[in-house]
Ligand binder design. Structure first.
Ligand SMILES: [Fe+2]
Length: 376
C-alpha cells in the first residue's frame, strides 16, 4: 500500500478495527477486548477475576484511540478504561492458537538410535534446572532419554519423577516392580518375551511418561526393546495410506479385567496431534479386547492392524540394548513402544522399578522452565 495509512480506530457494530503499529490493522470483538482487559486478571493469583457474565448489556466503547503504543478504550456505561498494548493485540490478530513453547516438532528415530539417545546424569538434573529443560526437550522431541548415576533407592526414582511433576497412579498403583531373582542352583529358567506394547491402554488416559529405573540386571539376555511408534506410523502413512487411515480413524476396544475391576477404553492405534501429524501409538495385543466392530469392516481392518504390528517388529525401528543398574529410561508411553526379548538365565538378579507422570505436566514444567509466561 501507499503512505495513506490511517491512525484512526474504526468503531463497528460488534467490534473495532485498529492499526497495530506495524503497518497492518486488525479487527477485534468488543466482548473479547473487554473480557481480556489487563485489569481482568489478578496479579497475585494470575486468574481472571472479571465476570463477563455479569454484563447486562453487550460492551460498547464510548470512544477508542491509540496512545503510546496502546489501544485505549473508554467503555460506555461504567466508564471503565481498557489499555491493550498493540504488540499484544497483534499476537491475537490472526485468530490462530497462541504459540506454545512445548509444541516442538518431533524428531523421528530408528533402530540405530541407541548411541545417540539423550543421556543425563541424575545428580546433575537434581542440581541444575537448565539440564532439566534439556531433558524435557529431548522427551518432547524424541520421546525418550536415559538417566544415569541414579541413586540405588526407591526415593531416587520418586525425586526424579518429581522433576517433571506428580507420580501418576494407574489402577496397578503408584509404583511397580519387575523383579526376577534366579538362584544359581536352579535349573535353567526361561523368561518369556514381553511383546511390544504401550502401557495400560485400557485406561481412559493411559499414563503419559514412563520411568523404568534399573536397580539390578545381571541376568544373561533379556535385552530391552524400544522403538519410535511415530516413525513406524509415518512410514505406514507414506507406503499404505489406506491402512494408515483405518488405524488412525478407528477406535478399537482395550480391556483389563479381573474379579474386582473391569477397565475398558477405546483407543485409536495411531494417534494424530492438532497439526495432523502422528503423535504416537496405542498398541497392546494382550490388552486388545475382542474387536466389536462390523465383521465386514474387520475384513479391511485386520490386515491393516497386522501389517502395522509386523512393521513395529522390523529391525529398521527396533533399538535393542541392555539397561544397566543405575540407569533409568524415561519415555513417552503414547509414542514409544517397548518390550523385552526372551531370556534364559543361569544366574542373576533383574529388578526394574517403574512409575509414571503425565505428559500435560511435563509440558507445563517445560514451559515454566523456558518461557516467561503471560504474568512474569
Ligand atoms: Fe510395559
Amino acid at each position: 500500500m501507499d503512505g495513506s495509512f490511517s491512525n484512526a480506530v474504526e468503531l463497528g457494530e460488534n467490534g473495532l478495527t485498529t492499526p497495530l503499529g506495524n503497518g497492518a490493522s486488525a479487527y477485534f470483538n468488543y466482548y473479547w477486548l473487554r473480557d481480556n482487559c489487563p485489569t481482568s486478571f489478578d496479579p497475585q493469583t494470575r486468574e481472571r477475576t472479571y465476570d463477563i457474565f455479569s454484563l447486562s448489556q453487550r460492551p460498547v466503547p464510548e470512544r477508542a484511540h491509540l496512545v503510546d503504543g496502546a489501544l485505549e478504550i473508554l467503555w460506555r456505561g461504567d466508564g471503565h478504561v481498557t489499555r491493550h498494548a498493540l504488540e499484544w493485540l497483534a499476537s491475537y490478530a490472526q485468530g490462530t492458537p497462541r504459540s506454545d513453547p512445548a509444541d516442538l516438532p518431533r524428531r523421528l528415530w530408528y533402530g540405530g538410535h541407541y548411541p545417540d539417545i539423550a543421556r543425563f546424569s541424575q545428580p546433575a538434573l537434581m542440581a541444575d534446572k537448565a539440564q532439566v529443560a534439556r531433558w524435557l526437550e529431548a522427551m518432547l522431541v524424541e520421546g525418550v532419554a536415559i538417566l544415569t548415576d541414579m541413586p540405588d533407592s526407591d526415593e531416587g526414582l520418586t525425586q526424579t519423577a518429581r522433576l517433571i511433576g506428580h507420580v501418576r497412579p494407574t489402577f496397578f498403583g503408584e509404583y511397580f516392580d519387575v523383579r526376577t531373582h534366579i538362584k544359581p542352583t536352579n535349573l535353567a529358567y526361561t523368561a518369556k518375551a514381553l511383546e511390544l506394547h504401550t502401557d495400560t491402554p485400557a485406561e481412559d488416559f493411559a499414563p503419559g511418561v514412563q520411568f523404568l529405573h534399573c536397580r539390578a540386571n545381571s541376568v544373561a539376555g533379556g535385552s530391552s526393546l524400544f522403538l519410535d511408534g511415530a516413525a513406524a506410523a509415518a512410514d505406514l502413512r507414506r507406503e499404505h495410506p489406506d491402512d494408515f487411515a483405518l488405524l488412525s480413524e478407528t477406535s478399537i476396544p482395550y480391556y483389563c479385567e479381573h474379579d474386582d475391576y473391569d477397565m475398558r477404553s477405546r483407543q485409536r492405534v495411531i494417534e494424530l496431534d492438532d497439526h495432523g501429524e502422528v503423535s504416537g501409538v496405542t498398541i497392546s495385543q494382550h490388552m486388545a479386547d475382542v474387536f466389536d466392530l462390523p465383521q465386514t469392516f474387520l475384513d479391511r481392518y485386520y490386515p491393516a492392524f497386522c501389517r502395522f504390528g509386523r512393521l513395529l517388529q522390523a529391525d529398521k525401528y527396533l533399538m535393542r540394548f541392555r539397561l544397566g543398574a543405575g540407569e533409568c529410561i524415561v519415555f513417552d508411553n503414547h509414542r514409544i513402544v517397548h518390550g523385552r526379548e526372551a531370556y534364559t538365565a543361569e544366574s542373576g538378579d533383574r529388578h526394574l522399578r517403574g512409575c509414571y507422570t503425565d505428559r500435560g505436566e511435563m509440558r507445563s514444567t517445560y514451559r515454566a522452565l523456558v518461557t516467561q509466561g503471560r504474568f512474569k
